[in-house]
Write a protein that binds this ligand. Sequence first.
Ligand SMILES: CCCCCCCCCC/C=C\CCCC(=O)SCCNC(=O)CCNC(=O)[C@H](O)C(C)(C)COP(=O)(O)OP(=O)(O)OC[C@H]1O[C@@H](n2cnc3c(N)ncnc32)[C@H](O)[C@@H]1OP(=O)(O)O
Ligand SMILES: Cc1cc2nc3c(=O)[nH]c(=O)nc-3n(C[C@H](O)[C@H](O)[C@H](O)COP(=O)(O)OP(=O)(O)OC[C@H]3O[C@@H](n4cnc5c(N)ncnc54)[C@H](O)[C@@H]3O)c2cc1C
Length: 664
Amino acid sequence: MADGGGEPDQLAGERATAQFDVDGMKVAWAGSRHAVEVADRMARLVASDPVFRKDTRTMLSRKELFKDTLKKAAHAWKRIVELRLTEEEANLLRLYVDQPGYVDLHWGMFVPAIKGQGTEEQQKKWLPMAYKFQIIGCYAQTELGHGSNVQGLETTATFDPSADEFVMHSPTLTSSKWWPGGLGKASTHAVVYARLITEGKDYGIHGFIVQLRSLDDHSPLPGVTLGDIGGKFGSGAYNSMDNGVLRFDHVRIPRDQMLMRLSQVTREGKYVHSDVPKQLLYGTMVYVRQTIVADASKALSRAVCIAVRYSAIRKQFGSQDGGPETQVLNYKTQQSRLFPLLASAYAYRFVGQWLKWLYTDVTQKLEAKDYSTLPEAHACTAGLKSVTTSATADAIEECRKLCGGHGYLNSSGLPELFAVYVPACTYEGDNVQVARFLMKTVAQVATGKQPVGTIAYMGNIQHLMQCKSAVNTAEDWLNPAAIKEVFEARALRMAVNCAQNISKAPSQEEGFSELSPDLLEAAVAHVQLIIVTKFIEKLQEDIPGPGVKEQLQKLCSIYALHLLHKHLGDFLSTGCITARQGALANELLGKLYAQVRPNAVALVDAFDYTDHYLGSVLGRYDGDVYPALYEEAWKDPLNETVVPDGYQEHLRPLLKQQLKLSRL
Ligand SMILES: CCCCCCCCCC/C=C\CCCC(=O)SCCNC(=O)CCNC(=O)[C@H](O)C(C)(C)COP(=O)(O)OP(=O)(O)OC[C@H]1O[C@@H](n2cnc3c(N)ncnc32)[C@H](O)[C@@H]1OP(=O)(O)O
Ligand SMILES: Cc1cc2nc3c(=O)[nH]c(=O)nc-3n(C[C@H](O)[C@H](O)[C@H](O)COP(=O)(O)OP(=O)(O)OC[C@H]3O[C@@H](n4cnc5c(N)ncnc54)[C@H](O)[C@@H]3O)c2cc1C
């Protein structure tokens, strides 16, 4: 293409300047060569299948979109069965289909809830049916009146010993189940959370497997009212999901459909609690939060890939006398906004990999009845979920802005990505659970107990409460130990500060409530420390491939130092660094951006996304952006006719009337 930028081989030129082995980076990103190979194969399988096309998705009506989702889910299942895909392959295939739908909740919450809270017999009965899709399940916890406050749920499950059954009932409007994905139209079954009442006593929230729809004709069973809760934010986007409403009118289920791993109700109606901690009731949330953290890096890396490639193609200003204009990626402002997001994508990827390991480790310990690491797993998953989803939602919007006007077009892929992603900040809570965990740890450290895992640094309280950073030149900030020390000191000092102020309050609860904004900030500081630490630890591994580790080291420094810059107030007010050291960090950031610049396109290529998965004309691998934008515009339904519908009724009379007026 002629001047105005957008030469298709522009990206080839960018790729040629890379100073590292992109294949090696793909391995570091995916976790192993095997993971790269499987992801690549599944992505291509999806991209080459016409049923999985998604380029007209934002133009579909709600009903068409939902039907399209049913079609894609069924086709995906057919391919999984025909090709005998492994669980790993099947999960990736579903990921690349890239359309939220009931299957996410079936595999992501219904199955894990039965696995985590069901007895062996219950698992034997229900899981084979779920694995074969003979039943479709969802996770029905949230109600119209209560979401965060799970103990406030109102649905009741009252045991009737005469029939050996539970009676499921929705006593109030606010007790209607409201939001569960897949509930509205697709699910045949649900794990329903309800107040267990037996022998006249309320034992609080427990899980129950409840059939909702007929397995013959899909109609709701007697006493069950079901529907979709209505259109959601953005065109297309999360509207492919049938988030639903559910009400029970004295619906009976057999006693053995209460999930009984944690506690049981006997034939006579006695409530028995086993030795399993009651917090395991929340275990499915721990599982899904861990997957949400992994998803954050996927959503963020997609947005960043689009913005980096397009910024390399897009040219504005800089030419005085007919010479070439400047690629917007060369502007320092563009780099200082975009490269921290690129670094964050890598940071979230690595912390997500670590969190998956932590979850597996905790699960194995739970099997062996060792519950000691559960509180840490809960705090890490809740905290990382909250921090990574908010930052990712902000980052997608930032990428949209970085793409200028074209970023606002649906064909850029960014509006839909944002609309699909943003509820991740809301679902699974934005709670203060990490802060509670931190306050407990501070109290334990005061009694001499040595903390372990992600809070081990708090044991180093003597040093961290009074240390001062030794950084003297900008390059000193390249030392991971220097970074780790100030992040640890900031997190610990903020937590100790909160604990001291809480202790001055009339009661612990009042103090907690009064200081909750500060507690949230302390929690964020702790979670950011975890992300920085896991990135640093990743760099201590053997990372093969010329130049790969060097690039990751730069990204790690950018990730940490941009946080330091953003939260400079925390670092200064806790006395961890001086204003001069803060300025030196900023100076180094500028140098690092310049070093990343020639590698930027190759660093997003390493995500290994197909054009189908990216779903963006701006982020195309070949960089041929302008013809694609032009072509996409003509596909809009408004362009099906040259003269628009409505011309005769609304435009023509108006124009004629103007004519008459002008003749007056
Ligand atoms: C297989 C591949 C497919 C994968 C695809 C998956 C993708 C799926 C994406 C799907 C998309 C959307 C899904 C969305 C689903 C939902 O939204 S489900 C509903 C989620 N609801 C929430 O998140 C509610 C949030 N509320 C909370 O978390 C509350 O804070 C909480 C319920 C924890 C409050 O509980 P309480 O009992 O009232 O409060 P506390 O007194 O604070 O806690 C008591 C103790 O329990 C500990 N705790 C709390 N939570 C947990 C946990 N999850 N695990 C372990 N322990 C927990 C807490 O620390 C307290 O401990 P203590 O007594 O202090 O020692
Ligand atoms: C797209 C989507 C999908 C969902 N899927 C499911 C599903 O499959 N199954 C399911 O059961 N649920 C699902 N949910 C529900 C979701 O889990 C809840 O929306 C979420 O837990 C928040 O609860 P809430 O909506 O009641 O918000 P609220 O609890 O009413 O929160 C409103 C505001 O109050 C604040 N707040 C609440 N409590 C406190 C507190 N103690 N201290 C300080 N601030 C507080 C919150 O932070 C928030 O800012 C879904 C929600 C969405 C948006």
